[in-house]
Design a binder for this molecule. Structure first.
Ligand SMILES: Nc1ncnc2c1ncn2[C@@H]1O[C@H](COP(=O)(O)OP(=O)(O)OP(=O)(O)O)[C@@H](O)[C@H]1O
Ligand SMILES: [Mg+2]
Length: 451
């Protein structure tokens, strides 16, 4: 025990919990080889930390499964049990009730690129996830619990990150304002058949990307690797793709459930999409075992807003979501991060082009403005001189911008890039608007719209 001020009650509770934890592991034929127990203060909480001596364990997996964490929590009378496996394996057991999360937090503007901000934790820290590791998302919640606002926050971020987007919105209440947006790779689906069409389009895009990957001798295994290689060769990178299905259960049910066409297509996209940077999110008021089954393993993040059915939340690894009160829309339990207050976006934000633009840092603003004024060329030397950065930083910046399609390799010089139309548009604030006759803007690198 450390020398922080810990109440007598917490001390006694910690002792009891430590004993119970040892018994709980033993009962499951797991080894209770704890090297240390300690209480600490962490982000306003008082958790007991139980450190396993990993050197004495065989296979680590049984000690870190979500199932085990749930069972331990049950054995400990419902105290929340989390896993911290940054170094070794530690169980983090909360000894005090959870403090309150804020009721409403606006989506911040300064989210790092390539990352997804989900919401805030008790500590006030945002939950930031990388698309690459996130795979796909499942979102569950009763009516009015905050699903659609959450999906809007995802789409807003995806647009800012210059991803391509496919949307299904059967009720036509969630994404109407995005109709015709240049990042959409197809019109918004409003029937189950159209939703199936979107998934098929995304699978076709996997095929197309598989072929592109095959043509690269280095055999990239992830979109990030492929894009890095393309940029080196002065070619255009492929954008990530986000497929969003609101009201997914009704779509699935209408098309024959998990074994029907939609269930099968989703399962296929689930395992194929990960390599090619194609991610999907499905949201619904309920998920039966049957529906969740085929895609469960492909879901990196499950998020349950308020639900009526405790079992349904538990099945998704989001125990406790049934206890969220009706008065707390936007509050959710995540399978990976516990309780999160998800970010709020104004409905109208999606309609405002300004809020959908990627934000340029001051440095970028300065560099690109100057580059454009001087003919558009941006050599490494210019970045170093104009931006007062090191050679290494300049190289990293240029690589990152090339990945975003903001600069492309200057054919005439090895270390120089040219700013692209995109940057011109961003700076002059006139993003290419979709025309009425051609709302889809087919691009050679993006998704081809399906006819
Ligand atoms: N993150 C949030 N923070 C604060 N309030 C929120 C948040 N999300 C939703 N709300 C409030 O809850 C209301 C309902 O949210 P939303 O439309 O997202 O629910 P839903 O789960 O999609 O419901 P349905 O299943 O009926 O479509 C919103 O209009 C808003 O007032
Ligand atoms: Mg909704």
């Amino acid at each position: 025990m450390n020398d922080l001020h810990i109440s007598q009650r917490h001390m006694r509770l910690a002792e009891t919990v430590s004993r119970q934890l040892v018994n709980a592991l033993t009962r499951r034929k797991l080894q209770p080889v704890f090297s240390e127990f300690y209480i600490t203060h962490l982000a306003g909480l008082t958790p007991l930390i139980a450190v396993l001596d990993t050197a004495k364990l065989g296979d680590h997996n049984p000690y870190t499964s979500q199932d085990l964490l749930h069972q331990l929590s049950t054995d400990l009378g419902g105290l929340p049990v989390y896993l911290s496996n940054h170094s070794g394996i530690r169980y983090v057991i909360l000894l005090s009730p959870l403090p309150k999360l804020p009721r409403k937090v606006d989506l911040p503007l300064d989210i790092p690129r390539g990352e997804l901000a989900v919401g805030v934790r008790f500590s006030g820290q945002p939950v930031l996830l990388e698309w690459e590791t996130l795979l796909h998302l499942a979102v569950l919640g009763a009516t009015g619990s905050g699903k659609s606002i959450f999906l809007q926050s995802l789409v807003l971020q995806a647009v800012r990150d210059e991803m391509k987007i496919l949307l299904s919105d059967i009720d036509q209440t969630t994404f109407g304002m995005l109709e015709g947006h240049p990042n959409l790779a197809a019109p918004i689906a409003s029937t189950p058949q159209e939703a199936l069409g979107l998934i098929e389009q995304a699978i076709a895009e996997c095929d197309r990307r598989a072929e592109l990957f095959r043509q690269v001798p280095e055999r990239p295994q992830k979109l990030g690797e492929y894009n890095a290689l393309m940029v080196k060769q002065g070619k255009e990178p492929l954008p990530r793709v986000l497929v969003v299905l609101d009201e997914a259960s009704s779509v699935l049910t209408a098309l024959g459930g998990a074994k029907g066409a939609m269930g099968q297509a989703l399962a296929t996209l689930g395992w194929r999409g990960r390599k090619f940077g194609i991610h999907f999110v499905f949201a619904a008021q309920e998920f039966t075992k049957d529906i969740l089954g085929p895609v469960r393993d492909q879901v990196g993040l499950a998020l349950c807003f308020r639900v009526g059915n405790a079992q349904m939340a538990e099945r998704m690894g989001c125990k406790g979501a049934a206890r969220i009160p009706e008065s707390r829309p936007g509050l959710a339990i995540s399978n990976r991060h516990g309780p999160i207050q998800t970010f709020f976006v104004e409905q109208s934000a999606l309609g405002v082009r300004q809020s959908l633009l990627p934000t340029l840092t001051d440095l970028e603003q300065t560099l690109f403005t100057r580059a454009l004024a001087e003919g558009g060329r941006l050599s490494r030397a210019r970045v170093i001189e104009w931006g007062s950065v090191t050679e290494w930083q300049a190289r990293k910046f240029l690589e990152a911008w090339a990945l975003r399609g903001w600069v492309s390799k200057d054919a005439k010089s090895d270390n120089a890039f040219m700013t692209t139309e995109k940057i011109h548009d961003l700076l002059t604030n006139h993003p290419t608007a979709p025309t009425a006759s051609n709302p889809l803007q087919p691009s050679p690198t993006g998704l081809e719209p399906k006819n």
